[in-house]
Design a protein around this ligand. Structure first.
Ligand SMILES: C[S@@+](CC[C@H](N)C(=O)[O-])C[C@H]1O[C@@H](n2cnc3c(N)ncnc32)[C@H](O)[C@@H]1O
Length: 257
């Protein structure tokens, strides 16, 4: 049995497979660590034209995904799983997705369903009957739920043991620890006259860790001050923030090593 199984209900399974079978998630699927399965909603239509959408009652722009094929597809996946699966509808009107949601889903679910809307969305009765939560990937509107579904699947699956080389690969990253990640550099040491900060070449692990923490705090405070509100600052964090204050005062200097 795989450690995480995600079923994606969509009108465009090829677009899901084209992305999810590649790179790190593709390898994890070939190694049977995770499974991401795209199900074609259109296969469940009962009309000759295989139509999945219709005009919304009451008028309005565009078409709506009909409840019947969507429900039958959902019910078939639950039947295959042998139980009613936790179901998420990707929606611009949903609750904003965060790293905390990715961690929650990884910890509470072994298998769940992601439903991709298209056109103007889906018949509300499907949501009422089958959906446990509605998730938005941001305050903007996309043409379909495929990119949001892949975003959620990717964020959850990379937390599953065996997908990345080591848990530290994601624990040190932006958002996981509550801070944005510090800047990183690779070879060459000098590029376009821009030098890698000398401390990173020093081999002094304590000094490197201190520099990285300070840069993470600097970045978070500059770019996402909201993230620092309610963040549990350690004694060292407070010291580093004071150093940053001194450096940014008119007489202070930015530390480069
Ligand atoms: C054009 S959108 C429909 C927008 C909908 N009429 C509204 O105003 O909320 C089509 C589908 O794309 C997906 N979608 C669009 N934007 C999204 C977002 N920010 N987050 C998650 N899903 C989104 C949803 O599945 C939605 O049903």
């Amino acid at each position: 049995m795989v450690a995480m199984h995600i079923d994606i209900l969509t009108l465009f399974p090829d677009s899901i497979n084209a992305v999810m079978k590649e790179s790190i998630l593709g390898r994890a699927q070939r190694n049977d660590v995770i499974r991401i399965e795209a199900h074609q909603i259109r296969d469940y239509t009962k009309n000759k034209q295989m139509q999945v959408d219709d005009y919304p009652y009451g008028g309005g722009q565009g078409m709506l995904m009909q409840v019947q094929p969507l429900y039958d597809c959902w019910a078939d996946v639950c039947r295959q799983a042998g139980r009613r699966l936790h179901t998420i509808f990707l929606s611009a009107a949903g609750k904003r997705f965060t790293q905390a949601d990715a961690i929650r889903l990884k910890e509470t679910q072994e298998r769940f369903i992601l439903v991709c809307g298209h056109y103007e969305g889906v018949d509300e009765r499907f949501i009422e009957e089958c959906v446990d939560e509605e998730i938005s990937v941001g305050d903007f509107v996309l043409t379909g739920g495929e990119l949001p579904a892949m975003t959620v699947a990717d964020a959850v699956c990379r937390l599953v043991p065996g997908v990345l080389a080591d848990a530290s690969c994601f624990k040190d990253e932006s958002h996981y620890s509550g801070l944005l990640e510090y800047p990183q550099y690779s070879r060459p040491e000098n590029w376009h006259d821009m030098h890698v900060p000398p401390v990173l070449l020093s081999g002094n692990h304590a000094a490197i860790a201190r520099w990285q923490r300070k840069e993470a705090l600097r970045r978070t405070r500059e770019r996402r001050p909201d993230m620092l509100e309610g963040f549990q600052l350690s004694k060292l964090d407070r010291q580093l923030l004071e150093e940053l204050d001194r450096e940014s005062s008119p007489t202070g200097e930015r530390e480069t090593n």
